[in-house]
Design a protein around this ligand. Structure first.
Ligand SMILES: *Cc1c(COP(=O)(O)O)cnc(C)c1O
Length: 346
């Protein structure tokens, strides 16, 4: 499978000098969810971004950001991350032969994500502070040193991420009625909106979807109409963000599309997380937020029946096995006999 830089080259900032970096990212499956569709009264598809090379949609933006950094002659990239950005940055930097520095908020990272960044060879610095403080620091460092910043404030990230919108339209033959996705720094919702509008201008589609962005209740500045939340809290670590870097773009996307922001509690997120898994699709907690949001709006009578809805499952459940295991008892061991096994199942 060609990577995104080749597949969507005419829509991306690719010049003859841009290295065609690729880990075969993108081209992720769009999976119909029959049980959730029936429950919600809509046609629900899950865009399973957890099947990207490092297990999240972050690969889409990172392949462009790192390729452009290499093109510009950088030898080091830096980012602040709650996990998935660091895994993607580390993988693509290694692939491109660049050094990667990652600042993480101390103690707030899902282990699977940190393990990836370590394995891909990034240099990791845990700072005593939250994500927003870590982002502030890497911005400062990249302004004062010849180091390329690859957080989503880097415009190449959104350029790469918009390709997910193209894939949806290429596969469905049209835009969905509603695109539902989790919102943290709000880069992804902004990128999808940019992608849809570009595809509309290019004559590849005829109608735009409504953009529905869901935040965790403990980290919901956009849904609550605030500039920032001082101490963001949620078990969905990928969206534990108090001051979204792309807030203005995201507000415009929701406003222009006639969409909405809403927020869902951690309990609602985990309930949705289990329902998605029962469809045979394992996502991380943050990725279940849009499904939780659809369930909430359905319960409130705000989801009109019959619509075609896509929920973006931004990351793979294996990133954060701790969240899956917290909900269950560890299985008790039984004797290795058929009777004991059958008895334990009774
Ligand atoms: C980064 C991330 C998000 C949030 O995306 P933003 O662009 O920051 O809004 C949601 N889910 C997962 C799994 C992520 O890695």
């Amino acid at each position: 499978m060609p990577g995104l830089l080749e597949r969507y080259r005419p829509y991306l900032p690719v010049t003859p000098q841009t290295p065609l970096l690729s880990l075969s990212e993108g081209s992720t499956p769009l999976i119909h969810a029959p049980r959730l569709s029936e429950h919600l009264g809509v046609e629900l598809h899950l865009k399973y971004e957890g099947l990207n090379p490092t297990g999240s949609f972050k690969d889409r933006g990172m392949v462009v950001a790192v390729a452009k950094a290499a093109e510009a002659g950088a030898d080091t990239v830096i980012c602040a991350s709650t996990g998935n950005t660091s895994a993607a940055a580390a993988a693509y930097a290694s692939r491109a032969g660049l050094r990667c520095i990652v600042l993480i908020p101390d103690g707030n990272i899902a282990l699977g994500k940190l393990a990836q960044a370590v394995a891909y060879g990034a240099q990791i610095v845990a700072v005593r502070g939250n994500f927003d403080e870590a982002l502030h620091l890497v911005r400062e460092i990249s302004e004062q040193r010849p180091i390329a910043l690859v957080n989503s404030v880097n415009p190449h990230r959104l350029q790469g991420q918009k390709t997910a919108a193209f894939e949806l339209v290429d596969e469905l033959g049209a835009a969905p009625d509603i695109l539902a996705l989790p919102v943290g720094n709000a880069g992804n919702i902004s990128a999808y909106w940019m992608g849809f509008r570009e595809y509309l201008s290019a004559g590849q589609m005829e109608t735009l979807p409504r953009m529905w962005g869901f935040q965790a209740s403990g980290a919901a500045p956009l849904a609550r109409g605030l500039d920032r939340v001082e101490q963001p809290e949620t078990l969905a670590t990928a969206i534990r963000i108090g001051a979204p870097a792309s807030a203005h773009l995201a507000r415009a996307a929701v406003q222009e599309s006639g969409g909405l922001f809403d927020h869902v509690s951690d309990d609602e997120i985990m309930a949705a997380y289990h329902l998605v898994a029962r469809e045979g699709v394992f996502c991380e907690p943050a990725s279940a937020a849009p499904v939780a949001g659809l369930l909430k709006l359905h319960a409130e009578g705000r989801l009109s029946p019959g619509q075609r809805v896509v929920a973006v499952l931004t990351g793979n459940g294996l990133k954060d096995p701790g969240s899956a295991m917290r909900a269950v008892q560890a299985p008790a061991a039984v004797d290795a006999t058929m009777n004991a096994v059958l008895a334990s199942l009774a």
